[in-house]
Write a protein that binds this ligand. Structure first.
Ligand code: NAD
Length: 363
């Protein structure tokens, strides 16, 4: 029987990379019945909301979705569709493998690490107060009452950073279980507990407790986030699975994407209890919208993660191998993977997908 999967094309370069990925997944020999629903800036204009209820309904029903990037206005306008989806569906874990494929220029020989990012709390909780509002003033007043040492410049804007034991425990456990499933050796918890002793401190203390359940099976260590950034740039091969609170996970995902060839390569999946939504790490790159220029690899590799999740291991391996061969040959790849980014022989989004499909058919 065909598996039903929700496809959200997104906006900006989203539709181009999403439909390229859809074609490649179909060509990998797995029968999928796609249900296409729309979210994002374009939908906002028509429906008054960037995330119509039918999108959530479709994902809740099908349990598996793949999504192109969606633009989030900076500073004002609607809140992030991406964050809303993760919260509404309680997609608490973001899984982002960072693997260096042969053919991608790099100063490193191998990089093969997995980022596990907490998806539901931290500064992403969306609890924010604009400067000068009665709420922000009341909050400042309350904090001064609770902590007489607290000092503020006049009228600050405030964003709240909640970190709970429950959410920390489930993400760290998810990281260890991923380590076991993927036959990995080590989990590194990343934090700033030396400064944020309460929030990051709780994350670290919880990680240490959970790690005890895996003693003798999976190694555990921790790193302060600034040191972690330097170490990743110098010796990424020393790391295996990183588990991080939401904001550090977001930032280090892009850093690691840079190590493996850029955002055009880095896939991801957001996993909850019995429901999952797969999407590239990159955003909607609006300047390339409609130009058939963006690299579809990250979306296609997100499709590989999705096929794994669906238990379609053979199709997943075939698709990943086809992508790897196209990357290694370096001929039908997009501009971002050419040594000269202005190389006129660079493939377009759909031509790169065509090359991957040719490889699939040749297997
Ligand atoms: P971005 O990832 O869209 O772009 C960053 C840089 O990477 C740009 O130079 C872009 O051209 C390049 N890039 C990204 N994807 C590429 C691809 N597939 N091929 C080649 N080059 C690629 O990040 P941004 O500019 O910070 O964000 C643009 C919009 O996307 C914002 O509105 C942001 O909120 C949104 N965003 C959405 C998601 C999501 O939907 N999950 C994730 C991140 C950002």
């Amino acid at each position: 029987m065909k598996k039903k999967v929700t496809l959200i094309p997104g906006d900006g370069i989203g539709p181009e990379v999403s439909f390229a990925a859809q074609r490649c997944i179909d060509a990998a020999g797995v029968a999928i019945d796609w249900e296409v629903v729309n979210a994002g800036a374009d939908v906002m204009e028509k429906k008054g909301t960037p995330l119509p209820e039918e999108v959530l309904e479709s994902i809740r029903k099908n349990k598996v979705a793949i999504k192109g990037p969606v633009t989030t206005p900076i500073g004002s306008g609607f809140r992030s569709v991406n964050v809303a989806l993760r919260k509404e569906l309680d997609l608490f874990a973001c899984l982002r493998p960072c693997k260096l494929y042969p053919g991608i220029p790099s100063i490193f020989k191998t990089i093969d690490l997995i980022i596990v990012r907490e998806n539901t709390e931290d500064l992403y909780a969306g609890i924010e107060f604009h400067e000068g509002t009665p709420e922000a003033k009341a909050l400042v007043q309350k904090i001064k009452e609770l902590d007489p040492q607290a000092k503020f410049y006049p009228d600050p804007a405030i964003s709240i950073k909640p970190i709970s034991k429950a959410a920390s425990e489930r993400i760290v456990r998810f990281a260890f279980e991923t380590a076991i499933k993927e036959k990995r050796k080590k989990v590194t918890a990343v934090h700033k507990a030396n400064i944020m002793k309460c929030s990051d401190g709780l994350f670290l203390r919880t990680a240490r407790e959970v790690a005890k359940d895996y003693e003798g099976k999976i190694l555990f260590e921790d790193r302060i986030v600034d040191n972690m950034c330097m170490q990743l740039v110098q010796k990424p091969m020393d790391y295996d699975i990183l588990v991080l609170p939401n904001l550090y996970g977001d930032i280090l995902s892009d850093l690691c994407a840079g190590l493996i060839g850029g955002l055009g390569i880095a896939p991801g999946g957001n996993i909850g209890n019995g429901v999952a939504l797969f999407e590239a790490t990159h955003g909607s790159a609006p300047k390339y919208k409609g130009m058939n220029k963006a690299n579809p690899t990250a979306m296609i590799l997100s499709g590989v993660l999705m096929l794994h999740y669906l238990g379609e291991f053979k199709a997943a391996d075939r698709l990943e191998n086809a992508v790897a061969r196209v990357l290694k040959e370096g001929r039908f790849v997009t501009y971002d993977l050419k040594p000269d980014r202005n190389d006129p022989t660079a493939a377009g989004t759909s031509q790169m997908a065509d090359a991957i499909i040719r490889e699939l058919r040749a297997q």
